[in-house]
Design a protein around this ligand. Structure first.
Ligand code: HEM
Length: 57
């Protein structure tokens, strides 16, 4: 994917971004971006479980 392409996340393609999601949400803590949108503890937990299922940690 180049810098200017846009992608729609679907059930079929989202697991391809698992590593990038892990990096942004759990390592760099940059996502979700800004102060307005926060994930609940439950949402973090579900996201983490999904990543663990895919072997991303
Ligand atoms: C659970 C929520 C979110 C997840 C999992 C997520 C995930 C990601 C990931 C993985 C990237 C990097 C893409 C790549 O490496 O190819 C990214 C970039 C980006 N996301 Fe999010 N994101 C979330 C919420 C948000 C929200 C709420 C906003 C805006 C309000 C946002 C705006 C952006 C922008 C502008 C970028 C480009 C890079 C940057 O400016 O830092 N994201 N996101």
């Amino acid at each position: 994917m180049t810098e200017y392409e846009r992608k729609v996340f679907t059930i079929e393609n989202m697991s391809k971004s698992a590593k990038a999601i892990h990096k942004q949400v759990f390592l760099k803590k940059k996502m979700p971006k800004g102060d307005q949108i926060k994930l609940t503890e439950k949402e973090y937990k579900v996201l983490k479980e999904w990543l663990l299922e895919l072997g991303v940690e």
